[in-house]
Design a protein around this ligand. Structure first.
Ligand code: FEO
Ligand code: CA
Ligand code: CA
Ligand code: CA
Length: 592
C-alpha cells in the first residue's frame, strides 16, 4: 500500500525524515543539547576526560560508557523544586574498539590486547551514575559539578543481597561465605524509579562477563550436573569480555557460584550517596531489561519486567504490603509474588506465580526452596509453561489508562510453525508491541486481556506484515522497539535498537505512538540518533517540557581509529562518546 501523509493526532510536531547521518536530528522547533558525555567529571574534583591517557582511577570518578536507562528523583533538599533533580543513568556495557585505540571488533586479537588496566577501566565504565542537575534562568539544564549527591556505581561497588535467595548455598563464594555481600553490577539496561524515590537497576546480559578455561560458550552440552544445566539456561560462560583472565571472580572454574549473584534487580537510594545498593532477589533472576512500577488501587506495587532473550518471558512482581507514602518500608521489595506470563489465543494473559512447592516447583524438579526457585527463575518459568516471546524488552505500565505495553524487539530464530498468538510472525525481524489491559486498573489481577498494538517494520512491503495505521508516513514506521516511556499526558513514546541503513534504511530513534481512537497504531518520527547508535532512556520531566534521551554506542560497527562518527564533539582524535541529551521546545512548552 502507499504511504499516507502524517495525519491529525494528539502529537503536533512536524515529523523528521528517517535516515542515517553522523549527527543526531530532532524535530523542527526543538533543541537537542548534550547534558553529559562518557568521561565527563561526575564526582567533585574528578579529572577532565583525557582520551589519550585513560586510567581506571579517573574513570571511577567520571561518567561511564553506553548510557541506557534514565530516571530522575526529586532533589532531597528541595523536593518541590522542578528545576533541581537528581538524574540517574545506566552505563550498560563497553565497546573496547571505540574506547581504546588499536583494538579490533570482538575478535581474538582484541582479547589478546586487553590488559588488566584496560579491564579495570571497563569495570569502572559500567554500572551507573547519579548526577545533580539544575535548570538555569535560561531554561537550560546543566550538571552541578560539585554536588555531594554525585555518585558512581561500578562493577566493583559493594552491595547487599536481600530477599529469599540471600545467604542461599548457591550464592556463597570464597570471598563471601555468607552469600549476602556482592561486588558490583554490570550490563544494566533499562530500569525503574519507585514511588518512594529509589532507582531500580536491571542486570541484563551478565552471562557475557563470565569466563571459563574449561567450558566453551555457550555451555549447552547435555549434562546431569545441576550447575551446568543452570548455567546453560543463562548462557554462562559467555566469554564476551576478558575480565575473567585477570579477576578470578569472573572465572567460573574458580568461583562457580559468582554468576548466581548477578541477573537481579538492584535498588539504590540516590538521595543518600553513602547508601549500599541492594540486590532484591524476590524479583527473580533473568536477563532483566527493566522494572517499571505501577501503584495499584490497593496500594500494592506491581512491577513489570522483561527477560530479554529469544523465547524468554514477561514477568510481574506484586508486593505483599501496600506502599505507605507517609512511612515507606525500605524493604517492601523483599516480600511479594513473582509471576510469569502465559498469553493465550483467546486474548487472555494469565500471571502464573513462581512459588516453591506449588505445582511442578518441587525438590524433585531441582528446586530445594524459594531461594532456589528465584536463582533458577528461567527454569521455574519453563516448568510453568509460560509463553516464549520474541525478546521482551521494556514493559511499561500506564497508570493513567490501566494499559501495560510490552516491547518485543525481534526474534529471527522463530521458525515457521513455532508461532503463537502473542508472537505471530516467524523470522520476526522487526518486532511488535503488545498492549495488556489491567481490568478496572487492577495491575495485580491474575488474568488480563491483551492484544497486539502494532507489528513493526515497513508497511509498504507486504511480506513484512507490519500493521502501523494507514496514517503512518514513510518516516513514521520503525523496527525493533526497545525502550519506551509514557508522558504526563499518558501518551506512548518508543525508542528503538537495531535499525540501520541496511535493515530499515533508517537510524534508531524516538517515535511517538497513538494508542487511542481512530489514530491508534499511528507512529511519528521525532528524533534520530547518529550512525551506529541505539536510542535509550526516554524520560519526561516538568510536565513534559523536558525530555532526557540516552544515545548509546554511537559509531558502533567502526573503531576508535576509524570511527563512522565523532559525535558529539566532532573533534579530530576524539572517538564518538555515548551521552545524555536534553530535548526542549524552543520558547518552552509541552514536547510533542
Ligand atoms: Fe540491553 Fe534488552 O537491551
Ligand atoms: Ca542497549
Ligand atoms: Ca534495552
Ligand atoms: Ca535492545
Amino acid at each position: 500500500r502507499a504511504y499516507a501523509q502524517a495525519g491529525e493526532g494528539s502529537f503536533d510536531f512536524t515529523e523528521i525524515e528517517a535516515g542515517v547521518s553522523e549527527d543526531m536530528v530532532v524535530a523542527e522547533g526543538y533543541n537537542a543539547d548534550v547534558l553529559i558525555r562518557w568521561g565527563d567529571p561526575v564526582l567533585p574534583g574528578a579529572p577532565e576526560f583525557d582520551v589519550d591517557n585513560q586510567t581506571a582511577e579517573a574513570q571511577n570518578q567520571q561518567f561511564g560508557y553506553n548510557s541506557d536507562f534514565i530516571g530522575t528523583v526529586p532533589h532531597p533538599e528541595a523536593p518541590d523544586d522542578p528545576d533541581r533533580l537528581l538524574l540517574v543513568n545506566h552505563h550498560e556495557y563497553t565497546n573496547e574498539e571505540l574506547m581504546f585505540p588499536g583494538l579490533g571488533i570482538q575478535d581474538d586479537a582484541e582479547f589478546a590486547q586487553m590488559t588488566e588496566e584496560l579491564v579495570n577501566i571497563e569495570k569502572a565504565a559500567h554500572g551507573g551514575s547519579v548526577i545533580e542537575i539544575r535548570r538555569g534562568e535560561d531554561g537550560k539544564w546543566s550538571v552541578v559539578r560539585d554536588s555531594t549527591y554525585n555518585r558512581r556505581i561500578t562493577a566493583e561497588t559493594p552491595m547487599k543481597i536481600s530477599g529469599p535467595a540471600a545467604g542461599h548455598a548457591k550464592m556463597q563464594t570464597g570471598a563471601d561465605p555468607a552469600g549476602t555481600d556482592v561486588l558490583g553490577t554490570f550490563n544494566n539496561c533499562a530500569g525503574g524509579i519507585t514511588p518512594w524515590g529509589t532507582w531500580l537497576m536491571a542486570e541484563e546480559n551478565f552471562n557475557g562477563y563470565f569466563w571459563s578455561d574449561a567450558q566453551e560458550p555457550p555451555s549447552t552440552e547435555t549434562s546431569d550436573d545441576p550447575a551446568t544445566i543452570l548455567n546453560a539456561r543463562y548462557g554462562v560462560p559467555g566469554k564476551w569480555y576478558a575480565w575473567g583472565k585477570f579477576d578470578d571472580r569472573f572465572n567460573i572454574d574458580k568461583e562457580p557460584n559468582e554468576p548466581n549473584r548477578h541477573g537481579w534487580i538492584v535498588e539504590v537510594n540516590p538521595a543518600d550517596p553513602n547508601s549500599t545498593p541492594v540486590k532484591r532477589t524476590a524479583l527473580g533472576r533473568m536477563k532483566h531489561e527493566g522494572a517499571m512500577p505501577a501503584v495499584n488501587g490497593d496500594g500494592r506495587i506491581a512491577l513489570f519486567m522483561g527477560d530479554d532473550e529469544r523465547f524468554d518471558y514477561v514477568y510481574r512482581f506484586v508486593t505483599e504490603a501496600a506502599h505507605d507514602p507517609e512511612n515507606p518500608d525500605p524493604d517492601i521489595l523483599d516480600r511479594g509474588t513473582l509471576s510469569v506470563a502465559r498469553f493465550d489465543a483467546d486474548g487472555t494473559v494469565t500471571w502464573l506465580p513462581l512459588i516453591h512447592g506449588e505445582g511442578p516447583l518441587t525438590a524433585e524438579n531441582g528446586f530445594a526452596d524459594q531461594g532456589d526457585v528465584l536463582i533458577q527463575t528461567r527454569r521455574a518459568a519453563d516448568f510453568l509453561e509460560a509463553t516464549p516471546m520474541d525478546r521482551p524488552e521494556d514493559v511499561e505500565p500506564n497508570e493513567q489508562t490501566g494499559k501495560i505495553y510490552v516491547m518485543l524487539t525481534n526474534n529471527t530464530r522463530r521458525k515457521p510453525g513455532d508461532e503463537n498468538a502473542a508472537n505471530p510472525r516467524a523470522e520476526n525481524a522487526f518486532g511488535h508491541i503488545i498492549e495488556i489491559t489491567a481490568p478496572e486498573g487492577d495491575f495485580a489481577a491474575d488474568t488480563m486481556p491483551w492484544e497486539i498494538l502494532v507489528k513493526c517494520g515497513d508497511p509498504s512491503v507486504e511480506a513484512v506484515g507490519a500493521t502501523f495505521s494507514p496514517a503512518t508516513s514513510e518516516h513514521g514506521w520503525f523496527g525493533m522497539p526497545d525502550n519506551c516511556a509514557v508522558d504526563a499526558a499518558g501518551r506512548l513514546w518508543i525508542a528503538t535498537d537495531g535499525n540501520s541503513a541496511e535493515d530499515t534504511g533508517r537510524a534508531d530513534g524516538l517515535w511517538a505512538m497513538e494508542t487511542e481512537g481512530e489514530m491508534r497504531g499511528t507512529s511519528k518520527h521525532f528524533f534520530r540518533v547518529p550512525v551506529g547508535a541505539e536510542m535509550c532512556g526516554p524520560w519526561f520531566v516538568n510536565d513534559d517540557q523536558s525530555l532526557f534521551l540516552a544515545v548509546q554506542h554511537p559509531g558502533d560497527g567502526s573503531t576508535f581509529d576509524s570511527p563512522s562518527t565523532r559525535w558529539p564533539d566532532f573533534t579530530d582524535g576524539m572517538p564518538p562518546r555515548p551521552a545524555v541529551v536534553v530535548i526542549q521546545k524552543q520558547g518552552g512548552g509541552r514536547i510533542g
